[in-house]
Design a protein around this ligand. Structure first.
Ligand SMILES: Cc1cc2nc3c(=O)[nH]c(=O)nc-3n(C[C@H](O)[C@H](O)[C@H](O)COP(=O)(O)OP(=O)(O)OC[C@H]3O[C@@H](n4cnc5c(N)ncnc54)[C@H](O)[C@@H]3O)c2cc1C
Length: 534
């Protein structure tokens, strides 16, 4: 496709004040705010259906009561990778989300559920009286399975708050004068001669169109969880399976790089471990059951059992299978590369457990937003999927043979684990004792386990206004990013933080973009002259 990288097109096919790219939560909020500020808004979506990865989410948005303490916590989680002023905007925003959220919910006949919940790690500000979650509780006359038959969150649809949240945002978009175009992927940004972003080219059924954005372009087009080539450039471990959605292929990163954006947090993804679907054409990894989070040093719920241990392909345990935030950090341990064997001995790893542990709860939690998939989230369907994934061995020797592991090594691993269970202490990896279950009673069950990417955090650097920054710390004129496209989390994630970023980043970008004076061709000429005289 031929499009100009710099310089104006011969003609504009359409003109809007603000063009928002990507119809997930972040794009929806940015569009709502730009519209409410009086601007004409175009919201474009690459796929033929909306929702992105957002609609599969748990729908839990992180909120805070005290902006200063929330900032202190966020600063500790960032380990110096994100400037204070940017973190402060998010921390303050977290205190403003509840009122904002209630207004959107009311407009869609929805009720809201708020509850206290601590941060994930014992940093200053972690406390339960500072942090909480807010989500959509109910929506009048709404049947999630009927409304979105091709969406699966990790809970049955009627319990999936992420689906309800998307419905609320979709209703709020529909009641405004926002132009929405599906199946319209943004391809490249258009800049005037001074480097100001003044539009973008998009692909449509009728061909490539150039759309003028008189005030700004807001990129809210997600991360690169479905782009294995980009992942292999930025991440050591491979392969990594996406968990839910195939539309996020790093397009926003490429578009922003094209106009000079700096990147941050590219290594960091929200990564868990999971199972491979028995159907080889199934495009996603299958998440294992979402385990409750716990804060190190502050105890763990004593009723959470984790049936399995994970071993590498040499037959040895190498990590706690129940980390404080298993859903977020456990993929990290898979990255070990053995230079003697030239292999990743932990990819895939192996999950093993015994007959007593079998059936503790359904293991699989398939998630997707994909028109080619449906899943009847019933106990029977979950069991059937599990039965197709799990394999069985009658003895430990058979298990070792099936896994291609030395019998003596497997026996040593299992004996050591069972001794740890008896002692009530995992001296090797510090797994919470109450979660431990022995591996003793045949038959034994096993499955391959892979690192999964739920969502990425990396992308273009942004400032306090969500303006995209170049490598010299300057804002690229009229270009914004919001949501997980260049999120603030560069070291450890705060559960619910992605959605908080969608809201706060979305409204900051939408309002700031709307407040800009309009770009005109003549201002482009003035800018060009100014640029020439610099
Ligand atoms: C199972 C699961 C549970 C989660 N639960 C939570 C939770 O409870 N709380 C939390 O904070 N986070 C959670 N997350 C993470 C969170 O859902 C995401 O980080 C967040 O929703 C991202 O929103 P977004 O709007 O930035 O991106 P998306 O929702 O992915 O939207 C981006 C959109 O941009 C579109 N797009 C891509 N390229 C283009 C292009 N070139 N042109 C036009 N459109 C394009 C995509 O198709 C997509 O629709 C969860 C994630 C998963 C997978």
């Amino acid at each position: 496709m031929k499009t100009a990288m710099i310089g104006l097109p011969e003609r504009w096919d359409d003109t809007f004040d603000v063009v928002v790219v990507g119809y997930g939560y972040a794009g929806a909020i940015a569009a709502i705010e730009a519209c409410d500020a009086g601007r004409s808004v175009l919201l474009i979506e690459k796929m033929s259906y909306p929702g992105g990865i957002s609609i599969c989410s748990g729908g839990n948005i992180r909120i805070a009561d005290d902006a200063e303490k929330a900032f202190t916590y966020l600063k500790a989680t960032s380990a110096g990778t994100t400037p204070d002023d940017v973190l402060r905007v998010l921390a303050t925003g977290m205190t403003e989300i509840p009122d904002y959220f209630k207004r959107l919910a009311e407009a869609a006949n929805a009720t809201v559920d708020g509850r206290p919940s601590p941060g994930n790690y014992p940093f200053p500000g972690v406390d339960i009286d500072i942090f909480g979650y807010i989500s959509i509780d109910t929506i009048a006359e709404f049947d999630a399975a009927e409304a979105y038959p091709n969406v699966s969150s990790y809970l049955p649809p009627h319990r999936a708050a992420g689906i309800r949240l998307f419905k609320v945002l979709e209703d709020n978009i529909a009641r405004r004068n926002i132009t929405v175009r599906m199946a319209t992927p943004a391809k490249r940004l258009i800049r005037d001669a001074s480097g100001t972003v003044c539009g973008l080219s998009v692909e449509t059924a009728a061909g490539v169109q150039n759309i003028k954005a008189s005030h700004a372009v807001i990129l809210a087009c997600g991360g690169f969880e479905a782009n294995s080539e980009m992942q292999s450039q930025y991440w050591q471990e491979k392969p990594i399976m996406p968990v839910a959605f195939s539309g996020n292929t790093g397009d926003g990163i490429r578009m922003a790089q094209d106009v000079g954006a700096d990147l941050w947090h590219m290594w960091h993804y929200h990564g868990t471990y999971g199972l491979k679907h028995p159907d080889p054409d199934y495009p996603y990894g299958v998440r294992v059951k979402r385990l409750p989070d716990w804060v190190p040093g502050r105890g763990v719920r004593d009723n959470v059992k984790v049936p399995w241990i994970l071993i590498d392909r040499n037959g040895r345990r190498y990590m706690s299978e129940y980390q404080p935030y298993t859903q977020d950090t456990s993929a990290r341990a898979f990255s070990h590369f053995d230079t003697l064997t030239q292999e990743y001995p932990r990819i895939p790893s192996l999950m093993i457990f015994d007959d007593d542990a079998h059936g503790t709860y359904p293991l699989c939690a398939p998630t997707f937003n994909d028109p080619d998939l449906t899943f009847d989230y019933s106990a029977e369907a979950l069991q059937e999927l599990e039965d197709r994934i799990l394999k069985k061995a009658d003895t430990l020797d058979d298990l070792a043979a099936a896994l291609g592991i030395e019998v003596a090594v497997l026996r040593e691993t299992v004996d050591r684990w069972n001794a740890a269970c008896n002692a009530g202490r995992d001296a090797d990896h510090g797994r919470p004792p109450t979660s431990m279950m022995k591996i003793a009673k045949a038959p034994f069950y096993y499955a391959e386990v892979w690192p999964l990417c739920q969502n990425t955090h990396g992308g273009p650097v942004h400032n306090v206004h969500q303006q995209v920054m170049n490598g010299y710390g300057e804002a690229i004129p009229r270009l914004y990013a919001a949501g997980e496209l260049g999120g603030v989390f560069g070291h450890l994630y705060l559960a619910g933080g992605n959605l908080a970023e969608c809201f706060v980043g979305g409204w900051v970008a939408g309002r700031h973009a709307a407040a800009l004076p309009a770009w005109t061709d003549s201002s482009a000429k003035e800018n060009r002259v100014a640029a020439l005289h610099k």
